[in-house]
Design a protein around this ligand. Structure first.
Ligand SMILES: [Zn+2]
Length: 441
């Protein structure tokens, strides 16, 4: 088809621009925490996208976790309306990156290009995806200026810390409601031939056991909270971990090990807190009267969050039946329900077709082991027609010497551009009118 051929040529012609854009984005260190330079990157994106004819809104998520005058939570939504009514396709990327950590051999904020790879913190997760979506949209506008509907590109804060100052806030203000936006693509690094339909659920809880303080030379006069917690962990090893390993999901979760329920013990603290690094004294002899453990339970679409909680309570009840003076408290810290977009949803079908046309092979469908901003688009925005699709290798995210491949960015920009043609260039034949179910009713 002529339009698609023109688009591919346009995108190939923008290779240098795509590289420069990715490098510019990487050179603005948007570390989160604490949430640095959000305004700077939004200003940069505003300049770029208003030049391409987008209307810009800069939105600060006042009062959300971490928002302050020093570290304001800025977000950008850019929108370009077509000449005719139609559907709106929204590309959502988070602008924050995680801590650099150790082990880098490249400058984490240098954006170096070496052998077709651009290095930097956030290169694959996910400034490369953001750059690819911008170039895809601009190339589409160049070959199809009289399109129907609208294109939106957003850069949002705080995905790495839960998304409350970003997509959750915007969804709460109606920016992701199905009457405004119909298709959402989140260019997270899932590899250029994979469509991510959703993610597992999360339940975080803090569990505390109580004891009684006494002199460490006479522990029989007190009651050791750490030993109580040890009994809890032992019971988990005996009953809970084997049970979780038996729970398999039909969700296409990657990697393979995450196709089951999992539980991580994130932290455990009992007794006296550790001394400051420069404290040279000895600890004092005390029986610990408290021990706290944070657990991170990831659960499946087939599971119910009430059952997930009940399993942990069951462990505690079993231990309580065995041990004298066993007292505990269980507090929920955070919960996210699992989500998975139907395979026949319009955005899934469109992107799958574009992957087959661009890459010459069928798309692979996956589900993420951890959550991302789709949770807020689904639960707060009530918008189901949403996927993650973008360039980059997921395993490199958050690692030293993170990079994104230029060819991968170009290929995924072609997939995004073809998807825009499919959804916006031919409104009469668009996915809405092809029959079949559409998920955003
Ligand atoms: Zn990410």
């Amino acid at each position: 088809m002529a339009l698609a051929d023109d688009l591919i040529r346009e995108i190939d012609g923008r290779r240098e621009d795509l590289i420069a854009l990715t490098q510019d984005l990487l050179r603005i260190p948007t570390l989160n925490p604490p949430g640095e330079n959000y305004r700077e990157i939004c200003d940069y994106l505003q300049k770029r996208l208003s030049r391409s004819g987008f209307d810009i809104e800069l939105i600060r998520a006042h009062g959300t976790p971490g928002d302050s005058d020093r570290y304001p939570r800025w977000n950008i939504i850019a929108r370009r309306d077509g000449d005719r009514p139609g559907e709106c396709v929204h590309f959502n990327s988070h602008i924050d990156v995680v801590d650099v950590g150790h082990g880098w051999t490249k400058d984490p904020f240098g954006g170096e290009l070496i052998d077709g790879k651009i290095y930097g913190r956030g290169a694959c997760d996910m400034k490369g995806g953001l750059a690819a979506s911008i170039v895809a949209a601009e190339a589409f506008l160049a070959v199809c200026p009289d399109f129907a509907g609208a294109i939106e590109i957003s850069g949002t804060a705080d995905e790495e810390s839960g998304g409350y100052g970003g997509v959750a806030y915007l969804a709460g203000k109606g920016y992701f409601s199905p009457d405004r936006v119909q298709h959402v693509i989140i260019p997270e690094p899932l590899n250029k031939d994979r469509i991510c339909l959703g993610h597992r659920g999360v339940w975080w809880a803090e569990l505390e056991t109580f004891g009684e303080i006494a002199h460490g030379s006479m522990p029989f006069l007190g009651d050791c909270a750490v030993r109580h917690m040890g009994a809890v962990i032992d019971e988990m090893e005996q009953s809970l971990f084997p049970a979780l390993a038996q729970k398999r999901t039909e969700m296409p979760v990657v990697p393979e090990g995450a196709k089951q329920s999992t539980l991580n013990i994130n932290s455990i603290h009992g007794g006296q807190s550790e001394g400051e690094a420069d404290f040279t004294g000895l600890p004092s002899p005390c029986v610990p009267d408290s021990c706290r453990m944070v657990i991170d339970r990831r659960f499946l679409l087939e599971e119910n969050i009430d059952d997930v909680q009940a399993e942990v309570l069951e462990v505690l009840k079993t231990v309580e039946g065995r041990r004298d003076k066993f007292r505990y408290d269980l507090r929920e810290l955070h919960r996210v329900l699992p989500t998975m977009t139907e395979k026949d949803a319009p955005v899934v079908r469109t992107v799958a077709k574009a992957i087959a046309e661009t890459m010459g092979r069928e798309a692979e469908y996956v589900v993420s082991p951890g959550t991302y901003d789709q949770k807020h688009i689904d639960r707060i925005g009530k918008l189901k027609n949403c996927i993650a699709y973008g360039p980059g290798i997921l395993d490199l995210a958050h690692k030293p010497d993170e990079y994104v491949g230029v060819d991968d960015m170009l290929d995924s920009a072609k997939v995004m551009g073809r998807s825009l043609i499919e959804l916006l260039a031919r409104p009469c034949e668009s996915s809405l009118n092809k029959g079949g179910s559409h998920a955003f009713a």
